[in-house]
Design a protein around this ligand. Structure first.
Ligand code: G2I
Length: 494
C-alpha cells in the first residue's frame, strides 16, 4: 500500500475513533485513549496487513446507520462483506429488475475507509426469490447467467472477490439439490464461475460453504470439486471456509485442511467467523472463545495461501446467531456494548500485536461477560444447566466384526433447557478409524473426534434424546468410544 494512502487511512481512522469516542455512554468512557478503536490501541487491520493478511467484517445497510458500528468497522477492519445486500433477493427480486442501491452503499463505505469488498453472493439456494426457484428447468441457466453477468458487471473492478456459488454441498459431501443443480447438474458451478470471470476478470472467484473447515465428508466434497474444476481449467481462485463455530469446537484438522486446499492451487479465506455459546456467557466459555479465535487466526497465518479472516458482523449486537440459535450468542469479539472481549485480545496477540493496551473485558449490562460461579470446573447439571454447554447422558452400542464395527450413540439432554446446535466430542480407542457416519458429521476420523449435528437434528429439547452412528475400521480393539462431552460439558454414560 502506498505510504500516502496509508497516512490517509490513519487520519480517517483517527477521525472514526473520535466519532466512536463521542458516541457517548459506557462505550466512550471505557475506550477513550485506550480502547481498540482509540488511536493508542491495537488495530486489527494494521496488524493483519503487517503479516500480509487482512481482517474483515460483514456489514449490513442498517449497520451503516449505527455510528458505533461504522466507527469500529472503519477503524479495525480492512475488508467488508455485505451481509445481505448483494444477494439475489435484494439485487433481482423480480426477473430483470436489478437493484444495486443497498450493495452500492456498502461499497461506498468500504471505499471511504480504504477497505476491500468481498462480494457475497451470486448463486445461492437461500435468499433466492421465488421467481427463480419456480422457473422451468429449461430457463434456469439463462436466468443464472444473466444474473451473474449483470451483477458482476455492475461491480466490475470494484470488488476484491466474489463468492460465486454459496453453500453448494450437503453435509455428506454430495451436491445440494436446488433449482440450479436440478436444471444443470453439477455443471452449474463451472458455468457460474466462467460467467463471473467473463464479467469481472479482476475479482477473485470463490466457492463458499460452512462445515468444511475441518477434514471430513463435506470438505472432501468441496476438495474433489475444486480439484476437478482446476483440472478442467475452470476459473476458481479460492475457497471460503465460513467458520460458524460452537465454542470449543474449532476442528483440530483446520490447518491441515487449509493446507490441502492451497496445495490444489487455490486460496482459502475464513469468510464468516463467529463462535457461539450459551448466553449469558460464562467466563470459561469466553476464555475458550479466545483460544478458538486465536486457533483460527493462527491456522490461517500458518498457511501462505490463506489470505485472511473475516468475522460475521462487528459485535454481538450485529450477529445473526441469537436470531438463528435460540439461547446462543456472544459469538463475536465485541460484547453487547462493543467492549472487546478476550477473543479480541487473543486475535491481537495472534497477529503479533500487544493486547495489553486494550481494555480487559468488563461485565456488560446484559451479562455477556459475566463470570461464571466456578470457571475452572464444568458446571453441574443441577446448579447451572446451561452456562457451560449442556448436561448430558450418553449410551453406546457397538456391533463389531473382524476388522470393522458400527457404533450407535444416543445422547440425552439432561439439562433444563433445549440444546440448539450440538457437538459431541469423544475419544476413539487406538486403531479405530471412522469411514462413514449417519445423523451427524464426524471429524476427524480417529483420536479425539467430534460429532456435529446436521441441520434437521440441531435441536434437542430438555429431557430429549438424539442419536447418530458411525462405521469404523479397527485393529483389534472394538471397544466403544469414551470421554463424551456435549458442547464442552462432560456427559455421564449408561
Ligand atoms: O446464516 C448466516 C450466514 C451463513 N452463510 C451465508 C451468509 O449469507 C449467511 O448470512 C445470513 C445473514 O447474516 C442474515 O442476516 O444470512 C441470513 C439468511 O440466510 C440472513 O438472515 C436474513 C433473515 O433470515 C431474514 O428474515 C431477513 O429478512 O436476513 C434478512 C435481511 O435482514
Amino acid at each position: 500500500m502506498a505510504a500516502q494512502l496509508r497516512a490517509a487511512h490513519r487520519r480517517a481512522r483517527a477521525l472514526a475513533a473520535l466519532a466512536l469516542a463521542a458516541a457517548g455512554g459506557l462505550l466512550a468512557a471505557a475506550t477513550v485513549g485506550s480502547g481498540p478503536a482509540g488511536a493508542a490501541g491495537p488495530v486489527l487491520r494494521d496488524l493483519a496487513e503487517a503479516k500480509g493478511s487482512y481482517f474483515g467484517t460483514a456489514l449490513t445497510q442498517s449497520d451503516l446507520n449505527n455510528s458505533t458500528v461504522t466507527a469500529l468497522a472503519g477503524t479495525q477492519f480492512d475488508v467488508v462483506t455485505p451481509g445481505n445486500e448483494m444477494k439475489w433477493d435484494t439485487t433481482e427480486s423480480s426477473a430483470g429488475n436489478f437493484n444495486f442501491g443497498p450493495g452500492d452503499r456498502i461499497v461506498s463505505f468500504a471505499k471511504a475507509h480504504s477497505m476491500r469488498v468481498r462480494g457475497h453472493t451470486l448463486v445461492w439456494h437461500s435468499q433466492l426469490p421465488s421467481w427463480v426457484s419456480n422457473l422451468p428447468a429449461a430457463q434456469v441457466k439463462a436466468a443464472m447467467e444473466n444474473h451473474i453477468t449483470t451483477e458482476a458487471t455492475h461491480y466490475k473492478g470494484q470488488l476484491y472477490s466474489w463468492d460465486v456459488v454459496n453453500e453448494p454441498f450437503n453435509e455428506d459431501g454430495t451436491l445440494r439439490t436446488d433449482v440450479f443443480s436440478n436444471a444443470m447438474g453439477s455443471g452449474y458451478i463451472a458455468d457460474a464461475l466462467r460467467t463471473a470471470r467473463a464479467a469481472d476478470p479482476s475479482a477473485k472467484l470463490y466457492l463458499n460453504d460452512y462445515n468444511i473447515e475441518g477434514l471430513g465428508a463435506k470438505s472432501d466434497g468441496m476438495y474433489q470439486l475444486v480439484s476437478s474444476l482446476k483440472s478442467q481449467g475452470v476459473p476458481i481462485d479460492g475457497v471460503g471456509f465460513e467458520s460458524h463455530f460452537i465454542v470449543g469446537q474449532v476442528p483440530s484438522s483446520m490447518k491441515a485442511n487449509i493446507q490441502r486446499f492451497t496445495a490444489l492451487g487455490v486460496n482459502v479465506a475464513i469468510t464468516e467467523l463467529d463462535d457461539r455459546m450459551p448466553v449469558p456467557a460464562s467466563a470459561a466459555n469466553l476464555a475458550q472463545q479466545a483460544t478458538d479465535y486465536a486457533n483460527v487466526v493462527n491456522s490461517c497465518l500458518a498457511v501462505s495461501g490463506c489470505v485472511g479472516v473475516s468475522q460475521w458482523g462487528v459485535g454481538d449486537p450485529d450477529s445473526w446467531i441469537p436470531g438463528a440459535f435460540s439461547g446462543y450468542g456472544a459469538a463475536t469479539m465485541y460484547d453487547d456494548t462493543y467492549q472487546p472481549k478476550a477473543a479480541y485480545n487473543a486475535v491481537v496477540t495472534a497477529l503479533g500485536g500487544n493486547s495489553s493496551s486494550s481494555p480487559s473485558p468488563s461485565p456488560s449490562p446484559s451479562g455477556s461477560s459475566s463470570p461464571s460461579p466456578s470457571p475452572s470446573s464444568s458446571p453441574s447439571p443441577s446448579s447451572s444447566p446451561t452456562s457451560g454447554g449442556a448436561a448430558c447422558r450418553v449410551s453406546t452400542q457397538v456391533n463389531a466384526w473382524n476388522t470393522g464395527l458400527t457404533e450407535n450413540v444416543t445422547v440425552t439432554n439432561t439439562g433444563a433447557t433445549a440444546v440448539n446446535g450440538w457437538q459431541l466430542t469423544f475419544t476413539l480407542p487406538a486403531g479405530q478409524t471412522v469411514n462413514n457416519a449417519w445423523n451427524a458429521t464426524v471429524s476427524p476420523a480417529s483420536g479425539t473426534v467430534g460429532a456435529t449435528n446436521l441441520a434437521y437434528n440441531a435441536s434437542v429439547p430438555a429431557g430429549g434424546s438424539t442419536g447418530f452412528g458411525f462405521q469404523a475400521t479397527h485393529t483389534g480393539n472394538a471397544a466403544p468410544a469414551t470421554g463424551f462431552a456435549l458442547n464442552g460439558v462432560a456427559c455421564t454414560t449408561g
